[in-house]
Design a protein around this ligand. Structure first.
Ligand SMILES: Nc1ncnc2c1ncn2[C@@H]1O[C@H](COP(=O)(O)OP(=O)(O)OP(=O)(O)O)[C@@H](O)[C@H]1O
Ligand SMILES: [Mg+2]
Length: 263
């Protein structure tokens, strides 16, 4: 469903490409993991897909196709429409992606208000409540009227996921969505993502530093180093039979519990 072909991203201020010839496919309904050291180009790859790169500050080349539609070279207006409706994005820090002055429910409905301005208010409210139920936010009526700071960290991240899925996109980009959360909440959010994937068939690109989390959530994993994709394979293969020396090092560095191998 999403095809990235030979993607290159060069920031004007840099002498090395941030992304250097990445070719990657996200299949219908799958959760693809994207791992690699800090600065390897994971977020820049996700931002290219989401159309969030500052176009004036960088050069882009290659192809990004979503259901056959070109995302990299489309007109700005067309891009905005595609992104709002077909691709949802969730980042690490829920608080910094939320508007502190906007009620949670209004915020969840924003993409609908912007991208489907003709939708009657009642219909929009209905879809917001549906998304809130999907992400299991408690007391939807009450939560709708709250402000972001009145929610817990986990609830804020649930609200951000609700905002990302409210227009029923076919792809969800998740960039370290649980890194800022404590371990228990992290586990709950991962369960939620699994459930959403299972029940709605939405495809996901899941970026994380935490290889244990990726192993639990993803059937396929891609590994990046210095802007390049060094290995892509089933989670099973990448974790048990890593081919590339960099992947081997990465797998060896996974923290083990109680001194025992968790693999
Ligand atoms: N707006 C920007 N201007 C200039 N360089 C940038 C910009 N955004 C990212 N970069 C550079 O692009 C490279 C890839 O960055 P990216 O954020 O994709 O890494 P990452 O794999 O997501 O790392 P992390 O795991 O730390 O989030 C880095 O060298 C980074 O400094
Ligand atoms: Mg990043």
């Amino acid at each position: 469903m999403l095809e990235i072909k030979d993607l290159h991203v060069q920031f004007n201020s840099r002498d090395h490409e941030a992304v250097s010839g990445v070719t990657l496919t996200i299949h219908d309904g799958e959760i693809l993991g994207l791992v690699g050291e800090s600065g390897s180009g994971k977020s820049v790859t996700a931002m290219s897909i989401a159309g969030l790169l500052p176009r004036k500050q960088c050069k882009l080349s290659g192809d990004v196709l979503l259901d056959g539609q070109d995302l990299l070279h489309a007109q700005r207006s067309e891009l905005r429409r595609l992104h709002g409706r077909k691709i949802g994005v969730v980042f690490q820090e829920p608080m910094s992606s939320m508007d502190p002055l906007m009620r949670v429910g209004t915020q969840i409905g924003e993409t609908l208000r912007i991208h489907q301005p003709d939708m009657p208010k009642e219909e929009r409210h209905r879809l917001v409540y549906e998304a809130m139920r999907d992400v299991e936010l408690p007391n939807p009526e009450e939560t709708y009227r709250k402000y972001p700071h009145e929610l817990s960290g986990g609830q804020q991240q649930r609200a951000m996921i609700a905002a990302a899925i409210v227009s029923r996109p076919s792809l969800l980009l998740l960039d370290e969505p649980t890194t800022a959360l404590d371990v228990t909440i992290q586990a709950q959010i991962l369960e939620l993502l699994k459930k959403l994937n299972r029940e709605t068939g939405i495809s996901m690109l899941f970026i994380s530093h935490n290889l244990n989390v990726v192993r639990k959530l993803c059937k396929r994993v891609a590994v990046m180093q210095k802007g390049k994709l060094v290995e892509t394979g089933t989670t099973e293969d990448v974790f048990f039979r890593p081919q590339h020396p960099y992947t081997q090092k990465l797998i060896e560095s996974i923290p083990t519990r109680h001194g025992k191998e968790v693999r």
